[in-house]
Design a protein around this ligand. Structure first.
Ligand code: AMP
Ligand code: MG
Length: 412
């Protein structure tokens, strides 16, 4: 009996049922980039933690300088000098000011900061003592140039959600909150091997009829790019005992997923199939997509196994569509769906009715995003993928799109 043809969405759904978030662990903040938060983060601080100046200038009582102008400057007595990091408790009385630096705590009584540019004392050189008096040339409103306590974050507020990716700004923000150890999910460990008698390791000479094993490197790179840890198992010949030894190495390494490339067309994969089925199960899925229609999915000794197609572009697309969501799910991410953009075609496109992922260049022209293909779409032509910055999504059932049609693009 022929297997049913699965839609991409159906295949993704079936596959994701086998994956769930891995255990949690604590990492030092400095190594947390790219990891996924495993808990909501509640702030134990107000941010800013205290009202402070956003300028170098003079802390004042705004009412004192309401009438200031360049022809009639207001003269204030300077009673304190407040660098960042110091607290001055002396309360400003009417007609008093304190010199203050950016980030320094406002003294009691002050409610605004006049920038040095609006005074007769524009010296900012460190070590230069403040003047005894300062002339103010411009008025300032209440809270002018003051960053109020709690303006950005309140104590007790949930500021980051479990399941979100930690980016550099998030890491900085966690530090701002005084958090130096971060609860994250363990990154998935993923074994990678290639099959095919024509394949040669990249550091060996190429003999007639041979090609370099590029998929291993591309898949390692993809795994690392999406937050997994790759375990490289190399090139595996079509010999049952070697295949079995390779799979058992993956088991010893306690990987969370085994990934192979090539030979997924039924028949060619018989060795892998027989070894995997001996200790688990393996199904061939016919997915209604282009490139990368056949996909092998199963388990070896209870470890999920995904067999991607051999053609490099098919392997790449198969990874993005199926392996990426599995990695993100294991890594604890909630948002595994890719972000796409609407683009307008500047050339007609033929498709064959399968859900297609075509290599394209997306650029901005006259305030809209337009897309063109990067040459011939042979699934062995990795160069056309290198030249692309997006995959153009042509929905299933669509056989052609005219110039000017809109479609979705997955920016790479
Ligand atoms: P297969 O899936 O074994 O029929 O392979 C399909 C095509 O992909 C063939 O042209 C293979 O030579 C090529 N191919 C398979 N594995 C790799 C690999 N690891 N790196 C580069 N090309 C490969
Ligand atoms: Mg092959």
């Amino acid at each position: 009996m022929k297997d049913p043809l699965l839609s991409v969405g159906e295949a993704q759904k079936r596959l994701l049922e086998y994956f769930s978030p891995l255990e949690r662990e604590i990492v030092d903040l400095e190594w947390s980039t790219g990891r996924t938060l495993a808990e909501d983060i509640v702030s134990h601080l107000d941010l800013p933690p205290f009202a402070n100046s956003s300028m170098d200038g003079f802390a004042v009582r705004f009412a004192d300088v309401a009438e200031a102008s360049s022809s009639h400057p207001v003269v204030l007595q300077v009673v304190a000098d407040i660098p960042a990091g110091q607290v001055v408790n002396r309360k400003l009385q009417p007609h008093q000011a304190a010199r203050i630096m950016t980030g320094a705590v406002l003294p009691p009584g002050a409610d605004a900061v006049v920038p040095v540019e609006d005074t007769d004392f524009s010296q900012r050189t460190p070590g230069v003592p403040p003047p005894q008096q300062v002339k103010i040339f411009n008025p300032i409103g209440p809270r002018g140039n003051v960053r109020p306590q709690g303006q950005d974050v309140h104590f007790g507020e949930v500021v980051m959600q479990s399941g979100s990716l930690l980016r550099p700004a998030d890491v900085g923000f966690l530090a701002m909150l005084g958090i130096h150890q971060v609860p994250v999910y363990r990154p998935p460990k993923i074994a990678i091997f290639s099959t095919g008698d024509e394949l040669v390791p990249v550091d060996q000479p190429l003999m007639p009829g041979q090609i370099y094993d590029s998929n291993t490197f591309m898949l390692i790179s993809l795994v690392e790019r999406y937050g997994g840890k790759a375990v490289r198992l190399g090139i595996v010949p079509d010999r049952a005992e070697v295949i079995q030894r390779t799979l058992d190495r993956a088991v010893d390494e306690k990987v969370d997923l085994i990934l192979s490339s090539a030979g997924v067309s039924v028949g060619a994969f018989d060795f892998v199939r027989s070894v995997v089925e001996d200790q688990g199960k393996l199904d061939f899925w016919r997915v209604n997509m282009r490139p990368g229609k056949p996909l092998a999915f199963g388990q070896y000794k209870n470890i999920p196994f995904i067999g991607l197609p051999g053609n490099p572009v098919s392997s790449f697309v198969g990874f993005l569509v199926f392996v990426r969501p599995a990695i993100l799910r294991m890594a604890g991410r909630k948002d595994w769906k890719p972000q796409t953009q609407t683009v307008r075609l500047v050339e007609p496109i033929d498709s064959d009715g399968r859900e297609s992922y075509l290599r394209a260049i997306v650029s901005r022209e006259n305030d809209e995003l337009v897309a063109r293909l990067t040459g011939h779409q042979g699934s062995g032509n990795l160069r056309s993928l290198v030249e692309a910055n997006a995959l153009l999504l042509i929905p299933s059932g669509v056989k052609s799109l005219p110039i000017g049609a809109e479609t979705q693009a997955w920016l790479l």
